[in-house]
Ligand binder design. Structure first.
Ligand code: PMP
Length: 406
């Protein structure tokens, strides 16, 4: 059944905001999505009614706060089809989740080992591996893409050698929108004995995630792109691997017993959750999952793809010299483009004056920009609350911008 977008919008007070005296048209959802009242209210409820530190107290408030946090862990386990809560680690976001794996799982890598990344990775899935290179003499090999922005699977396969220990790639590109064949990519990596991390930051708001079906070893994503609170992410890890990995950070909550002679660590998942987590946000994250599930990911995706199809068609037909970066057959609702030789920053600034929020620049994917030989792009990205009217207003605003710039 089609979603009632007008009703959904009423749940996001921010969408009533005006920018430059015009109704806000928010098309920067890839960077972060907006948050419905059900999540904001839960944050307020937590602060007003049950703020107490988790896991430490015997008192009622602490137990309640713990239960609210652990409720979200169970919700996440079910959402991604993990086999147990021990496989669900809360982090600050996708970035921290990937850093955790690079630092902790990477600890076992030996000089001469190799890891495979792709040219479309976000810096969050490049720099942690480069930091590891400071400690280990490992080699990074890079999978390339075709002109539509799709992974060249033959070239990807050819990168694996007996020294490959890890493949790490995004599920969906934050620039191109490409939905990668991650199940196949995982299978190829496993055939070569390499572990697999999937950066799901751009998939989790739009696509169902089934880590059991994907058979990946690690899967990372962020709450703030899923209509949830900022500062919270999830690392899924296969239990057998997590058990063999050293802690990422040390501190409270992650120990069994500490003495100056030696320390023993807590069981999973707490071994990887040093310090006080953002338990308020984690609790409220379950409401964001409720929101997504109440609409249904299939319906969300169908709506977003309709916006993508319509906008792409109008942009291509009506704006001269427009080039879209990323035209994969399997694509999510992200449009990165340039028009002629106009600078993306100028286009973005002028669109903002017309009330349209888009992102401009390299989108934390500088190697991809180097691959295309461009400084950056303008990027419009959709979420469930965007309307056809907004898509049309964006194209019309872009036409005006091009008139101003020419
Ligand atoms: N990977 C991808 C593909 C992303 O789009 C982003 C966010 N732009 C990240 C990783 C990093 O996510 P976060 O900043 O929430 O840690």
């Amino acid at each position: 059944m089609a979603l009632d977008i007008a009703e959904i919008r009423t749940r996001f007070p921010i969408l009533e905001r005006k920018v430059e005296g015009r109704p806000l048209i928010y098309l920067d959802n890839t960077a972060t999505s907006q948050t419905p009242s059900i999540v904001v209210d839960d944050i307020v409820y937590n602060y007003e009614h049950c703020k107490a530190n988790v896991h430490r107290g015997v008192h009622a408030l602490s137990q309640e706060a713990t239960e609210r946090q652990e409720h979200t862990r169970r919700r996440v386990r079910d959402y991604i089809h993990a086999s147990s809560v021990e496989e669900v680690i809360f982090t600050r976001g996708t970035t921290e989740a990937i850093n955790l794996v690079a630092a902790s799982y990477g600890d076992r890598f030996r000089d001469g080992d190799e890891i495979v990344l792709t040219v479309m990775e976000h810096h969050a899935n490049i720099v942690p591996w480069q930091l590891l290179q400071r400690r280990k003499n490992i080699k990074i090999r890079v999978a390339l893409i075709n002109e539509r922005g799709e992974i060249d699977l033959d070239q990807y396969r050819s990168l694996f050698t007996p020294r490959t220990v890890m493949a790490s790639f995004c599920h969906v590109s934050n620039v191109l929108g490409t939905i990668n064949p991650v199940k196949e990519m995982t299978r190829i990596a496993h055939e070569h004995g390499a572990a697999v991390l999937i950066d799901g930051a751009q998939a989790s708001p739009h696509l169902p995630i089934d880590v059991a079906d994907l058979d990946c070893d690690f899967y990372a994503f962020s709450s703030h792109k899923m209509y949830g609170p900022t500062g919270i992410g999830v690392l899924y890890g296969r239990k057998e691997l997590l058990e063999t990995m050293p802690p990422y950070q040390g501190g409270g909550e992650m120990i069994k017993h500490v003495s100056f002679e030696g320390t023993t660590f807590a069981d999973l998942p707490f071994k990887f959750e040093a310090g006080t987590p953002d338990f308020v946000g984690i609790a409220a994250f379950s409401k964001a999952l409720d929101f997504i599930e109440s609409l249904g990911l299939e319906a969300i995706e169908a709506h977003e793809l309709e916006l993508l199809r319509h906008t792409t068609e109008r942009l291509t037909n009506e704006i001269e010299d427009l080039h879209i970066y990323g035209t994969a057959t399997h694509k999510s609702a992200v449009i990165s483009f340039l028009v002629g030789d106009t600078h993306p920053y100028d286009v973005g600034m002028l669109l903002d004056k017309l009330g349209v929020a888009v992102r401009t620049g390299h989108h934390c994917a500088q190697p991809l920009m180097q691959f295309f030989g461009i400084p950056g792009t303008v990027r419009a990205s959709f979420a469930v609350y965007n309307t056809m009217k907004e898509a049309d207003a964006f194209v019309d605003a872009l036409k005006r911008v091009m008139m101003i710039l020419h």
